[in-house]
Design a binder for this molecule. Structure first.
Ligand SMILES: NC(=O)c1ccc[n+]([C@@H]2O[C@H](COP(=O)([O-])OP(=O)(O)OC[C@H]3O[C@@H](n4cnc5c(N)ncnc54)[C@H](OP(=O)(O)O)[C@@H]3O)[C@@H](O)[C@H]2O)c1
Length: 316
């Protein structure tokens, strides 16, 4: 399996990351309805079998349950796995000690001594300044409990500020994790992608399948209804599905050239942008295997630009 570095000299990971927000989450994904621990265990095993060993979680996913599942599954393998998790800058966390305490709790749930990538989940630090936050993270790198530091949902300017503070401590900013797919291309027009490239920051693309829309399985005849909070998301309504039809049709057409599914083509397009690692959310072994099929081949330049053209309505 090909590997890539996070940021300038961060940990080496697979070019696809697997997302575990749905692992234990009842609020958005309705964990327990149609999938449970058994399916997640199978998904984890399948990932290691196909060689995708990079997982993204957060302390907030399933209120700690996602990290706990990963910790439990990690105990059953000797294979080297890379874990990215996230710190939530909640209003009552305003000291560097609160960063250290949150990290201690994540390490306990994950049953690890060190986290490969520790990310700040969103930029609002309320009473904690970016100075305090970034310095607390740099301290943890020096202490050896974090290999690399990342941010998430940071604008181009916020990313620059974080990068600057960390650089003064000799710590590179490794990633900015942001929403990016053929149906959410704003990072191309608002400076995030460009700034990340200039700073040597890797983009981790979350919701790369637009929460299932780009798999093409949600159709206008509505034979398949999405579970959880997506039921009330207008993008999954008949009108919403009609709007994305040209993109889905093109994904299908291009997929035929390579015997690939729309999801695999959509992930391949993201990887083809360069400096981008998609984080595909998975619930089952089948989804893991299919998403891993986005690797090991490449759309042609003409096909990449066809997809760029059809998805222009989602650029801003
Ligand atoms: N930093 C942040 O603020 C933030 C925000 C959101 C997400 N994330 C991260 O990004 C990850 C991925 O984002 P996401 O879960 O929102 O969206 P996503 O990856 O675009 O979609 C995931 C969903 O699509 C469906 N799916 C995935 N692969 C499939 C396949 N091959 N065939 C058919 N269906 C498939 C599954 O749901 P169904 O089977 O139910 O359709 C799955 O739960 C999360 O797990 C999390 O780690 C981070």
């Amino acid at each position: 399996m090909e590997t890539v570095s996070l940021g300038q000299n961060g940990p080496t990971v697979t070019p696809l990351c697997l997302g575990t927000w749905a692992w234990g989450d009842k609020l958005f994904w309705n964990y327990g309805d149609g999938y449970g621990q058994e399916q997640l265990q199978e998904a984890f095993t399948a990932a290691l079998e196909v060689g995708v060993t990079f997982f993204d979680t957060a302390e907030i996913y399933g209120l700690g349950q996602s990290e706990k599942f990963l910790g439990q599954f990690l105990q059953q393998t000797q294979q080297l796995v890379q874990i990215a998790t996230k710190f939530g800058p909640l209003p009552w966390r305003f000291t560097s000690q609160s960063v250290s305490d949150a990290l201690t709790e994540s390490l306990k749930r994950l049953q690890l001594n060190k986290i490969d990538l520790y990310q700040v989940h969103w930029p609002f630090a309320f009473l904690m300044s970016q100075q305090t936050l970034m310095n607390a993270l740099a301290d943890e790198v020096k202490r050896g409990r974090i290999a690399a530091v990342g941010v998430s949902n940071y604008s181009a300017q916020q990313m620059q500020e974080a990068h600057h503070i960390l650089a003064s401590r000799g710590v590179p900013l490794a990633v900015n994790q942001v929403r990016y797919s053929l149906l959410t291309r704003q990072i191309e027009s608002n400076g995030i992608l460009k700034t990340a490239r200039e700073l040597g920051v890797t983009i981790l693309a979350y919701s790369p399948l637009a929460q299932g829309l780009l798999t093409g399985k949600y159709k206008i005849d509505q034979t398949e209804i999405p579970s959880g909070a997506r039921k009330i998301d207008p993008r999954f309504s008949k009108e919403g599905l009609q709007k994305i039809e040209p993109v889905i049709s093109l994904l299908r057409k291009l997929g035929e050239n390579y015997d690939r599914t729309p999801a695999q083509v959509a992930l391949n397009w993201l990887i083809a942008q360069g400096n981008v690692i998609p984080i595909a959310g998975v619930k089952t072994a089948q989804q893991v295997k299919q998403n891993a099929g986005a690797l090991g081949w490449r759309l042609s330049d003409a096909e990449i630009s066809e997809l760029e053209k059809v998805s222009r309505p989602w650029l801003y």
